[in-house]
Design a protein around this ligand. Structure first.
Ligand code: AOS
Ligand code: MN
Length: 394
């Protein structure tokens, strides 16, 4: 990027960054771990109200995280109107509702794909209950991730499971309000190891296309085989208007759910470059930028703040790509020139730009420092005594 182009690009980048939003997962604030150990942390939230209060802190210091996703039944409450008002009082809103059909004994062999119609009925009903919650919270998206799959060849009929899935999804889809969507997440393995019933973007897309325009694909960055070119999938789904949401996180090996941008910030930049190229950053683009993470050993609120900042930083760098220079180099077949344009943007330090933007918005330029200085962590550790902390299953 030549110095003369920098100011204009930076101004446009700042404008675009002002409109970016990132949705936080309620479960990031509760205790989590591996199958070896779940560590608890002082001040951990004990119910969905406290999870939302913690999420509101992330928004307070970053200014770009105004929504929280719920997971049902982890976030069951008696009165969703009250939960919604609680969120709004704290300056945030309730976003996507995630269905959970993976923690009941009945679901050992699957949920929507289960061979027994009684279990399939129960799974469809669980989704209809999520739609009911969404009616109270004002949520647009029902996110469906299924733990359904097989551990052994021959365990069940692969094709029949797809038919059952299509049938269950169709019943859920038919219950959507016109403004609501199903966003269908894929994952290539885990908890099943031989096959999963929605293993890849192609399977998710086929089901979404069969359902209709209110069904979109969710791309969780941790749900691919190592080495997968994720930005290609992003470009492809954007091309057909079916990228509904991201679940951002980092992975080194499996579905690690680590802080977005920690393992491979360049990949996050490449993803955001495709987003910017398709003009899909704006909240009305239909793409919801969510985090799906767990903070097993690091403090959770700062872990979320860091994640949000990493997504912002990757976005800022992608916005700094000199697109006319890139196009010119691409059209001229200038391989190194085109690659160089992209790398120039990636290698730009976007932190001063983001710090300026925060100052302009009345925020502290350093959200991590501002949160640490606020005393919130000490306060919740002192105040949240008694009860049991939320974690997987609560
Ligand atoms: C599971 O692997 C998926 O990423 C889902 O998005 C899931 O609902 C979420 O991670 C909470 O467990
Ligand atoms: Mn996910």
């Amino acid at each position: 990027m030549s110095p003369s182009q920098l100011p204009a690009t930076a101004t446009a980048a700042r404008e675009a960054l002002r409109t970016q939003t990132i949705e936080l997962p309620s479960w990031a604030f509760g205790n989590s771990g591996t199958r070896f150990k779940v560590f608890s942390q002082p001040g951990g939230p004990r119910d969905p109200y406290e999870k939302i209060a913690d999420a509101a802190q992330v928004h307070r210091y970053t200014g770009v995280a105004p929504r929280v996703s719920l997971h049902i039944p982890w976030d069951l409450v008696d009165d969703y109107g009250a939960l919604r008002r609680h969120a709004e009082d704290l300056g945030v809103s309730i976003g996507t509702v995630n269905s959970n059909t993976f923690q009941d004994d009945d679901y050992m062999l699957g949920s929507l794909c289960h061979p027994d119609p009684v279990v399939r009925r129960k799974a469809v009903d669980a989704h209809l209950r999520c739609l009911d919650v969404m009616g109270h919270t004002g949520s647009r998206d029902l996110k469906i991730w299924l733990a359904d799959g097989l551990n052994y060849p021959g365990q069940d009929d692969l094709r029949a499971r797809q038919d059952r899935l299509a049938e269950g999804l169709a019943e859920i889809y038919a219950a959507l309000e016109p403004h609501q969507r199903i966003v269908l997440e894929y994952k290539f393995f885990e908890p099943s190891f031989y096959s999963t019933d929605v293993p890849d973007w192609g399977t998710s897309l086929l089901h979404c296309m069969a359902l209709g325009d209110q069904a979109m694909v969710v791309l969780d960055t941790g749900h691919h085989a190592p080495g997968t070119n994720i930005e290609f999938i992003v470009a492809q789904l954007l091309r057909v208007g079916r990228l509904g949401a991201f679940d951002f996180n980092s992975r080194f090996y499996a579905d690690d759910d680590l802080i977005a941008g920690a393992a491979d910030p360049f990949q996050l930049f490449r993803i955001m470059h495709e987003i910017i190229s398709a003009d899909a950053l704006q909240p009305d683009s239909g793409v919801n930028f969510m985090l799906d993470q767990c903070h097993n050993i690091e403090p959770k609120i700062p872990g979320q703040i860091r994640s949000v900042m990493n997504v912002q930083e990757a976005t800022a760098k992608a916005l700094l790509v000199d697109r006319s220079a890139l196009r010119a180099a691409q059209e001229a077949g200038d391989v190194l020139g085109a690659h160089g344009v992209l790398m120039d943007a990636y290698n730009t330090d976007a932190r001063p730009l983001l710090a300026d933007l925060r100052t302009e918005q009345g925020l502290d330029p350093d959200p991590m420092r501002a949160y640490a200085a606020s005393g919130y962590a000490e306060r919740i550790a002192a105040e949240r005594v008694g009860g049991s902390q939320a974690g997987w299953g609560a």
